[in-house]
Design a protein around this ligand. Sequence first.
Ligand code: DGL
Length: 274
Amino acid sequence: MSNAPLALFDSGVGGLSILREIRRQLPHEDALFFADQAHVPYGPRPLEEVRRYAVGITRFLLAQGAKLIVVACNTASAAALHHLRATFPDIPFVGMEPAVKPAARSTISGAVGVLATPATFQGALFASVVERFANGVQVVEQTLPGLVERIETGDLQGPETRAILERALEPLLAQDVDTLVLACTHYPFIIPLIQELAGPEVRVVDPSPAIARQAGRLLEQAEAAAGRQGPGRVTFYSSGDAAALARMARRLIGEQGQAVDVRWQEEQVVPLDC
Ligand code: DGL
């Protein structure tokens, strides 16, 4: 048993969709949530740059005592998961992998759409998932330029968010896609709008419950689950504005916690007052 915190990180508020599930499934765990809002969005950046950020954030979270790290970002998982596991072999990592497997199993039309950032599609992880699990099903890639930025501002259904989605969904629906894989952790917050625009027959696959289950399994295996009975606490770190992040957390997932500002100093994350 261990009452050390588990940790999650993302470029921004997207990882809160994973935190929500972790809080539901593992309510006794303390959680550190890190949003690299000085660098959001990660999606258009080179993989190598995102990898450097992921390493700096991981070092910071380990220094705060994290016992497990959830890379709550598809882009950072594509860029860095393999590297993180090799660099920090003593810490369990849970990463995001586009949920092509369940989508390919359940499609009836034989075409599934994957919604993700450009960097996620470039990574070897995506190619390997398609190769292993598509199983003859057509996998249609779609990016949504500007959408992460809209969600960061809390715009979940305004005209600009709607326009980006309409543009992105049109070619997918024209190709008879009946299943949409959300392969960016920002997107679960706009599922109602996606469902409205895509229509009720289209199935939307949100991987967050499976990610939280995997975190729970790894903690059990490592005999590192929290021993306390009461609810765990959440701490919000941001390289942008931690108070604003905490406000968004309250609004998006009903979660409260201490807000701590951090900043980048060369390749390192340090507390703001350092
Ligand atoms: N939420 C992230 C993801 O899952 C990052 C999006 C971004 O920063 O572009 O890919």
